[in-house]
Design a protein around this ligand. Structure first.
Ligand SMILES: Cc1cc2nc3c(=O)[nH]c(=O)nc-3n(C[C@H](O)[C@H](O)[C@H](O)COP(=O)(O)OP(=O)(O)OC[C@H]3O[C@@H](n4cnc5c(N)ncnc54)[C@H](O)[C@@H]3O)c2cc1C
Length: 495
């Protein structure tokens, strides 16, 4: 029987290191498809910038596939209906794609696709494209598997693809307004070429002071890799980034020049974060409901009934009267990116100072982050809100962050030009009492038997086995950590 494969592109918008495309080259004929799904474009996490970046990446993917002799079909519609429409014209035998660790809507869609494939006798084969392991039983050995996957050979750009001769229109990526979306804010250049250039400039020059520069919003913009959106849309694979980084570290470490060896040390800090990317995604893969529910259910009801809409509006507009918070939010809202430390501060402020449940702030931030990656995002939202049950509370003081990360007020003045004038609002909460109350309430729950039992379970299910952290009771049951401190091991693991 001859084989006809449909390669379904999702968040893997590249032709190299693409297992599904490689497999299609071994079939008698192949088709390639990207679907702009209304379930995605209409979801509360999706913003016009995401769709614009996808559209631009799809345009470059189309060119790259054309060079391989394959036309990329682009459709708008629900799945599996789009597959069914194609199947009416083309007798597919196989559907090839990468595994996706996505939000609830994509999880349900995958179930429908699997059902449709079964009903039509189409064989759906999926491959992992990160370190996330499907159907993981427990975390033992996870890190070694990550390493093995990332060290595996990068799949070549496939040659010898045979395009199926079918009477199907190629189709265009829809304009944002036809999807009911507003015009996008400016987005970085998308597509694999831009991703490769970004990686190159980071590994060659920009990353030379990575560890020292990553916490300040002034320096992080240039000194961080800025690869996160490319990883989220798959214009480069994690394996490609990992292997290029390791090769560069080897080169730098072999140098006699101390500056070059220092550069290698900075890149070592970066390479660890690539593992974290998958470590956090694994949590959503293993427990899809963390998008909606607390990791530790002992925290249910903690903030839900007390959502202050006016505080939320002030926070998301960057008008809280806390200049560092407002500057970071305005920068993020305008550009689609802010560095890790400032993301953590924004969430800590929402969670402790304003006592907001993480879901609505998380949706706002998901729309603002061009790199929105559900597994990292929802895990971090809960971690910074104190509801995982296993992490030390981190309450960031905006004033301390400003003193540490923007001592001259350069960043704040740029984004909050009215700071220091009567036009700037006074603080919307009294910091000292708000934080004290928040901590008291969280610690009260932490000390309950339910929270202690759950902490052990969460640690067993989601905790890293590589950190050297105590695994269980001694970790979850230790007393109040001192204000603003983070034990070094935890900092190493999670920041
Ligand atoms: C509340 C909150 C939400 C976040 N949401 C996202 C998200 O939706 N998507 C996302 O990619 N990152 C998210 N992060 C993690 C981190 O802030 C971003 O990965 C980073 O700022 C992206 O910029 P970069 O690529 O220049 O990072 P770099 O510092 O250059 O890091 C390289 C890569 O490592 C990974 N990485 C870095 N830090 C972390 C981390 N703490 N946890 C997991 N992976 C990490 C990312 O893939 C990143 O692209 C979030 C952090 C917080 C505190």
């Amino acid at each position: 029987m001859s084989t006809l494969a449909l390669v379904w592109f999702k968040r893997d918008l590249r032709v190299q290191d693409h297992a599904a495309l490689q497999a299609a080259a071994r079939c008698d004929a192949a088709l390639a498809l990207y679907v702009a799904e209304p379930e995605w474009t209409g979801s509360p996490e999706c913003d016009a910038q995401h769709v614009q970046f996808a559209a631009d990446s799809v345009a470059t993917l189309r060119t790259d596939l054309a060079a391989l002799g394959l036309t990329l079909l682009v459709r708008v519609g629900d799945l599996p209906q789009v597959f069914a429409d194609i199947y009416r014209t083309v007798p597919l035998t196989h559907l090839f794609s990468h595994e996706e660790t996505g939000p609830g809507w994509s999880y349900s869609r995958d179930k429908r696709v699997a059902q449709w494939c079964r009903s039509q006798g189409v064989i759906w084969q999926e491959w992992p494209q990160s370190g996330v392991v499907r159907h993981l039983r427990n975390r033992a050995g996870w890190s070694a598997r990550w390493q093995a996957r990332m060290d595996a050979p990068i799949a070549d750009i496939p040659q010898g693809l045979r395009a199926a001769a079918v009477p199907l229109m190629a189709g265009d990526f829809p304009a944002l307004r036809t999807l009911g979306l507003p015009q996008s804010r400016p987005t970085p250049v998308a597509g694999t070429q831009a991703a490769v250039a970004t990686l190159h400039s980071f590994l060659r020059y920009r990353g030379a002071r990575y560890r020292s520069d990553l916490s300040s919003p002034l320096s992080a913009q240039a000194s961080c890799s800025r690869l996160s959106a490319h990883l989220a849309f798959g214009t480069l694979s994690m394996r490609q980034v990992h292997q290029a980084t390791e090769a560069r570290i080897r080169e730098l470490q072999a140098s006699d020049n101390p500056q070059e060896r220092s550069f290698g040390w900075h890149l070592r800090g970066f390479s660890g974060r690539l593992r974290w990317h998958c470590h956090f995604m694994q949590k959503l893969e293993d427990q899809p409901d963390i998008e909606f529910h607390h990791f530790a259910r002992a925290y249910d009801g903690l903030r839900e009934g007390e959502f202050n809409a006016a505080h939320f509006e002030a926070w998301r507009a960057g008008r809280t009267g806390f200049p560092m918070v407002d500057a970071c939010m305005r920068c993020l809202n305008a550009t689609g990116w802010i560095n890790f430390r400032m993301r953590a501060m924004l969430v800590s402020f929402a969670a402790y100072h304003l006592w907001l449940h993480w879901r609505e702030p998380g949706l706002h931030l998901a729309r603002q982050f061009l790199d929105f990656e559900p597994g990292i995002h929802w895990s971090q939202m809960q971690m910074q809100s104190g509801t995982t049950g296993i992490n030390a509370l981190r309450v960031y003081s905006p004033a301390k962050q400003q003193a540490d990360q923007d001592p001259q007020g350069v960043f704040v003045s740029r984004w909050v030009p009215e700071w220091g004038t009567p036009a700037y609002p006074p603080p919307i909460v009294d910091e000292r009492s708000a934080v004290k109350q928040a901590k008291d309430r969280i610690y009260a729950i932490r000390q309950s038997q339910q929270a202690r039992d759950e902490a052990d379970a969460v640690q067993q299910r989601h905790g890293s086995r590589k950190s050297g952290l105590p695994q269980s009771k001694s970790f979850s049951r230790r007393g109040k950590p001192a204000e603003q401190t983070t034990p070094p091991l935890q900092r190493e693991l999670f920041e």
